[in-house]
Design a protein around this ligand. Structure first.
Ligand SMILES: [Zn+2]
Length: 311
């Protein structure tokens, strides 16, 4: 019995980068492939998505014929476990797109697909910082700010796949609050995403720098960088407090390049979180940095597929 363990092709699809690897049921990854893919153009059609993904996955499928399924995290809203993409903010041409079914028919293998941030939550709970916790709010800090929720060990999608749009919780109601990509003012994403960090830094310093350099600078001398990171941490703490008041969840995990500045970010988040919580919850919430680096989404997608094929 060579394959006691189910092998899954796990994939993490982003707007600019796509990654895939073969994953065993213990979360061990091998044969990783990554590629730049232009999946964020407003003109990207359903067929473009299928063609890009099928071409990318084929070499791995040929390399390992024992693969049981493809598990994939994708940026967009999925209706329950149907694999139907109701919409994707960066791919406006896609509506009610039967992504899992079409890719499955093209490649002749089962495809399980779910929102990327929800996959990251599953990855973190199964293999990462939140192992052993039944309830988890996972926050992804990247180009945008995403959220994934696990309640009683079950990933929660909401009625149309739009649960935990954490990035669009409003944390500033001032007239000059930052404008968010969603069209509203003062969303936490407009302060704490990598894009927002760069923009805020530019506003204060007049210097264009990428978020990674800003995290580094924040840990040493740069006062502008420190101000920007502390403000982002403060706003994140406020948004987490609102989510905790609603859900009474005690474990939060955070992934993304931003956690490179964790020693500065964490105390700021905790201070603001506890200040904004109702007293019985103060001091009860732990906020953990991801220990999976970039792999949370990949591992979570693989785990979801593994759960489907082993039942
Ligand atoms: Zn927003």
């Amino acid at each position: 019995m060579k394959h006691m363990t189910s092998l899954i092709l796990a994939a993490d699809i982003g707007g600019t980068n796509i990654r895939a690897a073969i994953m065993d049921s213990n979360g061990k990854l091998s044969h990783e492939r990554r590629q730049q893919a232009l999946l964020s153009s407003p003109h990207t059609s359903e067929s473009d998505v299928i063609d890009i993904l099928a071409d990318f996955f084929r070499p791995l499928l040929q390399q390992e014929p024992a693969l049981k399924a493809i598990g994939m995290g994708f940026p967009g809203f999925f209706i329950g476990q149907s694999g139907i993409l109701s919409a994707s903010p960066n791919l406006p041409k896609l509506h009610q797109f039967k992504l899992a079914e079409r890719l499955s028919n093209t490649l002749n293998i089962a495809v399980i697909v779910q929102n990327d941030a929800l996959c990251a939550a599953v990855g973190e709970q199964s293999f990462g910082a939140a192992q052993g916790h039944q309830n988890l709010l996972h926050i992804t800090l990247g180009t945008g700010v995403g959220g994934g929720l696990i309640l009683n060990n079950t990933p929660y999608t909401g009625e149309s796949g739009m649960a935990m749009e954490f990035g669009h919780l409003r944390v500033c109601h001032d007239a000059d609050a930052n404008l968010c990509g969603c069209g509203a003012l003062g969303c936490v994403e407009s302060y704490a995403s990598a894009t927002a960090i760069s923009a805020q830094y530019f506003k204060l310093s007049g210097v264009q720098r990428c978020s990674k350099d800003i995290y580094k600078e924040a840990l040493s001398e740069g006062t502008h960088a420190k101000d920007v990171i502390e403000d982002a941490g403060h706003k994140l703490g406020m948004a987490i407090a609102e989510a905790v008041k609603l859900l009474d969840i005690h474990t939060i995990s955070i992934s993304g390049g931003f956690i490179g500045a964790w020693s500065l970010l964490h105390p700021t988040i905790m201070e603001s979180l506890n200040k904004n919580l109702i007293p019985p919850l103060q001091g009860k919430i732990e906020v953990l940095p991801s220990i999976l680096h970039d792999d949370a989404g990949l591992l979570g997608a693989g785990k979801l597929a593994n759960m489907v094929v082993s039942t």
